[in-house]
Design a protein around this ligand. Structure first.
Ligand code: XMP
Length: 517
């Protein structure tokens, strides 16, 4: 256990696969309780040793009735700590303690009506008798184990929630951790506070203390550490945390790969060197990256080429810096999950994760790996970073290369940069910087016919993309006012030579992603 967590109550979240455990851990943090994610093979002795206030069994993609599905050491039921089972965890508890789980033939996916059947349920006191919850299951618990009371049902799940108050074991088939479950956070809080008696003491300051302690542990007492700085909030927070941990053993490296937005390189220098007095190496490598990208049109190849070239540049800088062994990156949880860890489906290779070469010489330090963007912004504010850094919109590591469909050339980059600057300027003037998660321009690999000043044109369309989101895992297209869209289109066509058409992307995520590649 890290020193920071000793004075806090801890909840262990047992990971049964996919992305459920992280979201639960995040909701526990939101309730200001410290949480640690542990693998499903944790045994009762280890649980006792970690002395948690409660244990939560997460959801998972498997069926409890399939051979090889993850199970749990049943000794954990005897430890005497309150347990909450969610989805897969609910079914596991039912099966392990003598109930039954069967394939009903009718799955429930998405919004589902839940009927609370027990007025006295400790977890469901804030939930209306009929309420919408988020479900994702094929199997269902059809008989609760002896000693359990059924506290809620749905059409396809006869035991949608159950509780054994004597042993403090509670479980729910639905997902209280997702925003679509009405009062889901209250269900979790009832468990944490009323059932388990946790104290709400965990704050962004505690996250900082824990991260600083664990960075010190990982990088040891000597040697140089490099940090990849992009100018965005993630790497700025990561760098500041590491700086707090090891002081001027840290050197920040900003690689200008030539795929940045207008004015971005100057802004990064300005913020980090002048405002934060960080030791910064500015590598100007635009030609090198453009050469490597010459003729490359496949999105995943672009990402891998950029990811690899990035690391090579870092290794070179590391050799110039007394053989630094560690590389700090501001990788966040959504970057990890979308690059496909532990058998989760890969959506795209985020260049600070999936695009890394296997033969890398540097060990990675990723202090934000478990956090979501809004948590990182809270930590950044707490660390005293300037507002323009904390609230900067996310920008992908591979930069404009994944916003140019097809060939990445300096001419196409220049065109996109100008259009993108207009989008950002208009969003800023409209006061929408914080409301809109990201707003940017995309250059597709097509042309279209237009007419300007009585002349036929055959020019480039620009696609404007603006989305709202909480954590980039899902997103919706932003309902920008029509007059703003009109200003955007007029300005882009008037100010960017070669552009004769502007389209607005109205695709949510899923099915689209935020970036085009
Ligand atoms: P997508 O396009 O997958 O993007 O919906 C989700 C969020 O991640 C950003 N993004 C990246 N960030 N390296 C990063 O650091 C990357 O390779 C990368 N690709 C996408 C994207 O801008 C959005 O905020």
């Amino acid at each position: 256990m890290t020193p920071a967590s000793e004075s806090h109550d801890t909840v262990l979240v047992v990971d049964f696969g996919a992305q459920y455990a992280q979201l639960i851990a995040r909701r526990v943090r939101e309730a200001r309780v410290h949480s640690e994610i542990v693998p499903a093979d944790i045994d009762a002795a280890e649980v006792r040793a970690r002395n948690p206030r409660a244990v939560i069994f997460s959801g998972g993609p498997a069926s409890v009735n399939v051979d090889g599905a993850p199970s749990i050491d049943t000794g954990i039921y005897e430890v005497g700590v309150p347990i909450l089972g969610i989805c897969y965890g609910h079914q596991l508890i039912a099966r392990d303690l003598g109930g039954s789980v069967n394939r009903s033939g009718i799955g429930e996916y998405g919004r589902t009506e839940l009927e609370v059947t027990s007025a006295g349920s400790a977890l469901l006191v804030d939930v209306a008798q009929r309420t919408d919850v988020w479900m994702s299951h094929a199997d269902a618990v059809d008989a609760a184990p002896p000693g359990f009371e059924v506290t809620a049902t749905t059409a396809a799940a006869p035991v949608a929630a159950m509780a054994d108050a004597t042993r403090s074991i509670h479980s729910v088939q639905f997902h209280p951790e997702v925003v679509h479950t009405e009062r889901g956070q209250e269900v979790l809080k009832r468990f944490l506070f009323d059932v388990a008696g946790c104290r709400p003491t965990w704050t962004p300051t505690s996250i900082i203390e824990e991260a600083v302690a664990s960075v010190r542990e990982v990088v040891g007492g000597e040697g140089k550490v490099l940090c990849a700085l992009s100018g965005g909030v993630d790497s700025a927070v990561a760098a500041t945390l590491v700086h707090k941990a090891i002081g001027d053993r840290l050197t920040c490296v900003f690689v200008d790969h030539g795929l940045l937005r207008q004015g971005e390189a100057d802004q990064v220098e300005e913020t980090f060197v002048r405002n934060l007095a960080v030791d910064l190496v500015h590598v100007k490598a635009a030609d090198r990256f453009l050469e490597l990208l010459d003729g490359v049109t496949d999105p995943e190849r672009k990402r891998h080429i950029i990811g690899e070239a990035f690391i090579r540049v870092f290794e070179e800088v590391a050799r110039d810096h007394q053989d630094a062994r560690f590389l700090v990156q501001g990788t966040l949880y959504p970057d990890v999950i979308e690059s496909g860890p532990k058998g989760a489906a890969r959506i795209k290779s985020h260049h600070n994760v999936g695009g890394l070469p296997d033969d890398m010489d540097l060990d990675l330090v990723e202090p934000l790996r478990e956090l979501f963007k809004d948590e990182v912004r809270q930590v950044g504010t707490e660390l005293g970073l300037p507002e323009e850094v904390v609230w900067r919109q996310p920008f992908p590591g591979p930069g404009l290369a994944v916003r140019i469909v097809g060939d990445v050339t300096s001419e196409r980059l220049e065109l996109l940069r100008k259009a993108d600057a207009v989008v950002r300027d208009e969003i800023h003037k409209a006061g929408l910087d914080r409301e809109v998660w990201q707003a940017f321009a995309v250059l597709p690999a097509i042309r279209s016919v237009g007419v300007q000043g009585d002349e036929r044109t055959y020019g480039h369309p620009i696609i404007v993309r603006a989305v709202s989101s909480d954590d980039a895992m899902t997103a919706d297209w932003a309902r920008l006012p029509y007059d703003l869209l009109e200003r955007l289109a007029n300005r882009i066509i008037n100010e960017v030579p070669g552009v004769n058409r502007v389209a607005y992307d109205i695709t949510s995520k899923p099915p689209g992603t935020i970036e085009w590649e």
